[in-house]
Write a protein that binds this ligand. Structure first.
Ligand SMILES: [Zn+2]
Length: 281
């Protein structure tokens, strides 16, 4: 049971990490009630937070919340709260706001959890209010167990939207749209098939060499033929290779639907190839 919960919390924190850019150590805003309650139950609040969020945490408390703890006159709770980093809320201490109002003003900046706070609150009203702000992980004590609230509907909605954005960003961005396609085409056209075919058939077969050059870029191939010293020595050999390449293309077609007869023909072609290569030499 505990294992299962830990796993779901880890998953949830991953969502906050990826879609809401939460980073360790997580800043956890604690309210006055959770400090007092955990202290009364001698539950280690900071360790509980670390265990629940499965990460390093930085507990923080607003001026108004610590004021509320002062009002309880629970000295131990006050001492504990003093160890937390104070979050300035700019509410004057003498006119401290109720924790709900204070936390809401600190967490929700124009409806966004700008500073990426985790909220640890024992006040249902606070949690109900902050649930409307997307991307606020919330932790509370359920009897003696610290639990994390499931992803709120607003968080879920926003994270789903962001996942979609990630998916389609590349496709819908006109500046990116053109780029990947030509790269792929060039890769497919130029080096890949040539290198594949060169690996395939037995090395010194002149047929396969000619065929590829003509298939890929005929102009280049012809230029190469012209510039190649071995072919330029005799004009008769070039004409011979041309006829052979014609034969080779037909042979290739036969290969695609393999039957016994085509195989025999292939063998015959190969034999004739051997003859022509001998002639060349
Ligand atoms: Zn305040």
């Amino acid at each position: 049971m505990r294992q299962k919960r830990a796993k779901s919390y880890r998953k949830q924190m991953l969502v906050y990490h990826h879609n809401f850019k939460f980073r360790e150590p997580y800043q956890v805003l604690v309210d006055d009630k959770i400090v007092c309650d955990t202290h009364k139950a001698s539950f280690d609040l900071v360790k509980g937070l670390q265990r629940t969020l499965q990460a390093e945490v930085k507990p923080m408390i607003t001026q108004c919340c610590i004021q509320a703890i002062y009002d309880t006159k629970d000295q131990d709770a006050i001492d504990l709260a003093k160890t937390f980093e104070r979050r300035r809320c700019n509410h004057p201490p003498k006119e401290a706001k109720p924790p709900l109002e204070c936390l809401e003003s600190v967490v929700s900046v124009n409806g966004v959890n700008k500073h990426r706070y985790v909220v640890a609150s024992q006040d249902l009203e606070i949690r109900n209010t902050l649930r409307k702000v997307p991307g606020v992980p919330m932790v509370f004590m359920n009897r003696s167990v610290m639990v994390m609230e499931p992803l709120s509907r607003s968080s879920e909605k926003l994270s789903r939207y962001q996942e979609k954005q990630k998916l389609f960003k590349g496709l819908n961005d006109p500046s990116l749209a053109g780029k990947p396609a030509p790269e792929k085409v060039s890769e497919e056209n130029a080096p890949a098939p040539g290198s594949k075919k060169r690996k395939g058939p037995k090395g010194p077969n002149p047929l396969s060499m000619k065929k590829k050059k003509e298939n890929d870029t005929p102009d280049e191939a012809k230029n190469k033929v012209k510039s190649d010293p071995t072919t330029t020595t005799t004009t008769t050999t070039t004409t011979a290779t041309e006829t052979i390449t014609n034969g080779s293309t037909s042979r290739r077609r036969k290969r695609s639907h393999k039957s016994a007869s085509s195989r025999q023909r292939e063998i015959g072609d190969e034999q004739s190839d051997g003859e022509t290569s001998q002639e060349k030499k």
